[in-house]
Design a protein around this ligand. Structure first.
Ligand SMILES: Nc1ncnc2c1ncn2[C@@H]1O[C@H](COP(=O)(O)OP(=O)(O)OP(=O)(O)O)[C@@H](O)[C@H]1O
Ligand SMILES: [Mg+2]
Length: 161
């Protein structure tokens, strides 16, 4: 594993988001090389500013939606999978996991996910708003959940479900 890639994974894990566009693009280039993916990141950085990082994808924030663009090979697979899900389990049952709405927005041969923008919520945020932690939260990898604009608690990273 390259040093840049290892550092990137650590930063994603600790949610240390990038602080400079040239530095971020250099990391993408070190991991994935030059080509259409790097150019897509350059375009997104110019349009949306620096992204939030994850271990396989980064997320560019727009007003109502976000764009998830892969930064590793896993990111390609995660994006293909995530945007193909629209709900887990039947509503009203214990198996139901509400998901932030998403769809595929392929760019050339790159799978991009466009997803409704949510406000990330910690356990205490959820307790404060809902008075309890709904059961589904523990089923979501690292409890990556947040509130939609309408105040619904949903999973926003469900590539592992
Ligand atoms: N719908 C959303 N609305 C607002 N912010 C989001 C949304 N989806 C993702 N983010 C932000 O982008 C970051 C990276 O996205 P995401 O967690 O989906 O990537 P990942 O590569 O699957 O991450 P992981 O390291 O958890 O596997 C998140 O930690 C979060 O800060
Ligand atoms: Mg994540």
């Amino acid at each position: 594993m390259g040093e840049t890639y290892r550092d990137f994974l650590l930063d994603a894990y600790y949610q240390n988001h990038p602080t400079s566009i040239p530095e971020f693009l250099k990391v993408v280039e070190d991991i994935m090389g030059k080509g259409s993916l790097l150019e897509l990141h350059r375009f997104c950085c110019q349009k949306y500013g620096l992204p939030k990082i994850g271990t396989s994808r980064v997320t560019y924030l727009s007003k109502f939606v976000v764009f998830k663009v892969p930064v590793t090979l896993d990111g390609f697979r995660n994006n293909d999978w995530e945007a193909s899900l629209c709900g887990i389990g039947e509503e009203g049952t214990d198996y139901h996991i509400p998901l932030a709405r998403s769809r595929h927005l392929p760019h050339q041969d790159i799978p991009v996910v466009v997803m409704e923008r949510i406000t990330e919520a910690s356990t205490s945020d959820i307790l404060e708003k809902l008075g309890k932690i709904p059961n589904f939260v523990s089923a979501v990898d690292s409890a990556q959940v947040g509130f939609t604009r309408k105040g619904k608690l949903v999973a926003f990273d469900y590539a592992d479900l």
